[in-house]
Design a protein. Structure first.
Ligand SMILES: Nc1ncnc2c1ncn2[C@@H]1O[C@H](COP(=O)(O)OP(=O)(O)OP(=O)(O)O)[C@@H](O)[C@H]1O
Ligand SMILES: [Mg+2]
Length: 273
């Protein structure tokens, strides 16, 4: 299934997951298997409510599978860890800390602690990168929605995790900032080798950023197809103009649209036992 020569970092191995709900047992993930290798960038795309965040939560260590195994570096995931940095679907910032202290937060934790001078340097670097320098001493409530999201991204980048788990990180941003953030992500990845799992609803974003795109079905989430993205890195804006890019985007778009059309949520309910 994988073609990358890198070592395997993350593996979903026949993973299924169900929730008990008032309406009965809800099967969310159904026998999902794929790998994310060292240095690989995997985008996961599929209809709303199909189970993408649930999948990411399992790799982040917030949710255990009902059956199958979720492995990180060959070991079953049993909880969160500093080597896996998460950017949540909803703003992951602390309202009681200033912008600068939000970025510094992870660097004060035992697992990532760095000396104060280095911490200040890292904070200033990511404040500038995200265009937030002039708001360093402001509190999140004084930021716009898009700025808060950029702060959440800066917080995750600042601890330089080896593996980034990103849940629709750019979804709340305007179109121009979104493109800027995509390019910044590529820039950060070129400077610091990482593996990435990115959840997105944007076919364009998936094909522009990822080395593979995992298309998942309407709930319960199954792997519908895994599409290799043959464009090398570094990638620049010119890629979006290429015919091969447009063709691949159209191909992935068709796979995704089929699943949006096939969304039949009621079928996922079976009586609880
Ligand atoms: N803790 C929970 N208990 C019960 N059901 C849950 C729980 N968490 C998620 N679900 C259900 O699991 C399904 C998948 O949710 P999930 O958040 O993974 O979807 P998603 O693919 O990320 O959707 P979106 O694209 O809208 O973010 C949904 O039907 C949701 O209601
Ligand atoms: Mg989600």
């Amino acid at each position: 299934m994988t073609s990358s020569p890198g070592a395997r970092r993350a593996r979903f191995d026949h993973v299924s997951l169900g929730f008990d709900t008032p309406g009965g047992r809800l099967t969310v993930i159904d026998d999902v298997s794929y790998d994310i290798d060292e240095g690989e960038f995997v985008a996961v795309i599929g209809p709303s409510g199909c189970g993408k965040t649930t999948m990411l939560n399992m790799l982040a260590g917030f949710q255990a599978p009902t059956s199958g195994r979720v492995l990180f570096d060959g070991v079953p995931v049993s909880g969160p860890g500093p080597e896996r940095g998460v950017i949540f679907q909803e703003y992951g910032v602390f309202p009681w800390l200033t912008v600068r202290d939000n970025i510094a937060f992870g660097l004060r934790l035992k697992a990532n602690r760095v000396p104060a001078a280095e911490r200040d340097e890292i904070c200033s670097h990511y404040l500038a990168l995200m265009g937030l320098s002039e708001f360093a001493d402001a509190y999140p409530k004084h930021l716009s929605g898009g700025m808060r999201q950029r702060l959440a991204i800066a917080r995750a980048y600042a601890v330089r995790p080896r593996f980034l788990l990103m849940d629709e990180p750019f979804g709340a941003l305007d179109a121009q900032t979104r493109i800027h953030m995509q390019n910044l992500l590529l820039h950060v990845l070129a400077a610091e080798r990482k593996s990435v799992m990115l959840i997105t609803h944007s076919v364009e974003e998936a094909v522009f950023l990822a080395s593979r795109v995992v298309v998942v079905t309407a709930r319960p989430a199954r792997v519908k197809d895994i599409v290799e993205v043959p464009f090398g890195y570094p990638r620049t804006e010119q890629l979006r103009e290429r015919r091969e890019f447009a063709e691949l985007r159209a191909h992935v778009g068709r796979l995704v649209m089929d699943e949006y059309k096939a969304t039949t949520p009621a079928q996922s309910f079976v009586p609880a036992d």
